[in-house]
Ligand binder design. Sequence first.
Ligand code: NAX
Length: 328
Amino acid sequence: SKAPVNVTVTGAAGQIGYALLFRIASGQLLGADTPVKLRLLEIPQAVKAAEGTAMELDDCAFPLLQGIDIFDDAGQAFQGANVGLLVGARPRGKGMERGDLLEANGGIFKPQGEAINAGAADDIRVLAVGNPANTNALITQNHAPDVPAERFNAMTRLDHNRALTQLAKKLNVSINDIKKLTIWGNHSATQYPDIFHAEVGGKNAAKAVNDQAWIEDDFIPTVAKRGAAIIEARGASSAASAANAAIDHVHDWVNGTPEGDWTSAAVPSDGSYGVPEGLISSFPAVSRNGAWEIVQGLEIDEFSRGRIDASVRELSEERDTVRGLGLV
Ligand code: NAX
């Protein structure tokens, strides 16, 4: 039988953590034939809550779950980690400027990068979920120089999944009929959900929609502001859907994406589509042999160019800010 995979989850006692851990332990992250060991990282005040979640995990008697360890020290939590899900982050407080937010998160993601560099397994794959996810991934990557840069991703899969459903509803088709949708840029309000290369039942999705006003005034803002709409409705931010997207992202990264389709993942740019090299930006991506490849050769029209550039500009500004803080 297969050796267990060590999965480190930060922010394990938070609401995404609660939605995520049971799915990892049941085999949905890596597949039904892969045993897992969970390594949970929390701040000291939340260790007790993480212990409570671990008790419930025990009570599920998951056949694939081979162990749970809980830590309040990043160095220990990332020892031997094969997968790191970086969920715990500092939320934006009242009156906090973007620079303050990036600095506070630097205090979390810099030591986690160092811990990954020092102790993670050679095949470590890291997904930043905690916001600002793209730049948190960049900070982590910069403090793990011995790990290949492409092993650091940020999550835009929730945005991708949100966009799939909005488009499916508009066209009154099944999710399964839609292929090749793309989220470009930053996981923020500037993100660009692109249906100009998407296909529905093999035909171009934008042509099937045939309504530029819907794309600009309805679809794009609905997807980009969905997080706020969830908070407004639920009184709490997206949790189960965010956990689901993290599962989808890592599952596809490890096991590959289906032929004839792609997904969206924020990966280090190689300069494709004019995105400055090194920025962790969302692209159309396929996964082959355990690694992401940015889909090449898409024609970008003027409308899409403007949207991509605006989101990438924001990512560049975030990078400049964390550079100024000495974090990258
Ligand atoms: P919660 O506040 O419920 O949980 C966060 C947990 O992280 C807390 O238990 C906290 O104690 C822990 N934590 C804080 N600092 C830590 C550290 N240094 N090491 C380990 N743990 C630490 O937030 P939750 O709703 O679970 O959201 C977590 C993050 O996901 C937030 O940053 C949120 O903005 C982000 N999201 C990202 C999404 C995406 O699509 N990329 C969507 C959902 C979500 O908004």
